[in-house]
Design a protein around this ligand. Structure first.
Ligand code: CDP
Length: 229
């Protein structure tokens, strides 16, 4: 019988990690968890509580709020996916807005925020049979994951993909704004002190700049098979 494994997918922003992770999870009948959504939900909470003003965090108040909020996932039965919740309310749409994307990397750089989210992520992975995407999944959250993939793509191609996604959601934004946000987040994510974005030594690199979603799946099939048998 196939064994259940943990698949960790890390990489730069807007590489299509979540789309890829979701597809692998569907194929294997695994749980898919978007760890970025969790940092976005904390960012939303901090905004709602007035803890982020002019792109700066109120360091005297965030700890209290972090303790009081509840980030989780709830199953959307009709879509067959888990959606992010903040204090029990699904916030999947709110967290994708540019005003959240613009602040999420400063929130994700806070050690206490990461500690809480990593605890939750590890709990979700206890039973294995999980695909999780993020920035530190293969390095910090699941250093023993059986399969680690590090995704990258040309920044311009990433910006085009993200722009298309946002426009489809009816969000008004320019290509320059998207590219600027991607560059800034990549920089913050790679240079922060706590759990910076980096490739785990045993991760396999996937540059999907010129790959279709189907080609990606073909690429990963042998890798997955070699780890589950
Ligand atoms: O979808 P996209 O790649 O643009 O970003 P995301 O996966 O939604 O993550 C949003 C932000 O959360 C990232 O830019 C990181 O700053 C942070 N993040 C993190 O620090 N650690 C993770 N495991 C996942 C996301």
């Amino acid at each position: 019988m196939d064994k259940k494994i943990i698949i960790a997918i890390d990489g730069f922003s807007s590489c299509g990690k979540s789309t890829f992770a979701k597809q692998i999870a569907k194929k294997l009948n695994y749980l898919f968890i978007d760890s970025g959504a969790m940092y976005r939900a904390v960012t939303l909470a901090f905004k709602q509580h007035g803890i982020i003003q002019d792109g700066k965090i109120d360091s005297s108040r965030y700890k209290q709020t972090l303790q009081e909020i509840e980030v989780g996932f709830s199953l959307n039965k009709s879509k067959g996916v888990y959606e992010i919740t903040l204090d029990g309310t699904v916030v999947e749409n709110e967290i994708r807005k540019p005003e959240i994307a613009n602040c999420v990397s400063i929130v994700a750089a806070i050690a206490e925020v990461r500690e809480r989210m990593v605890d939750l992520q590890r709990k979700l992975g206890e039973q294995k049979g999980i695909v999780m995407d993020g920035r530190d999944i293969g390095t910090v959250v699941f250093p023993n994951a059986e399969l680690k993939i590090f995704m990258t793509a040309d920044p311009k191609i990433r910006a085009e993909r993200r722009l298309k996604e946002l426009v489809e959601k009816g969000i008004n934004i320019t290509m320059e704004e998207v590219l600027e946000n991607i560059r800034e987040r990549d920089h913050l994510d790679q240079t922060r002190e706590v759990s910076p974005l980096r490739k785990a030594e045993d991760a396999v690199i996937l540059d999907n700049s010129h790959m279709t979603v189907d080609e990606q799946m073909e690429w990963v099939e042998n890798l997955v098979n070699s780890r589950i048998h």
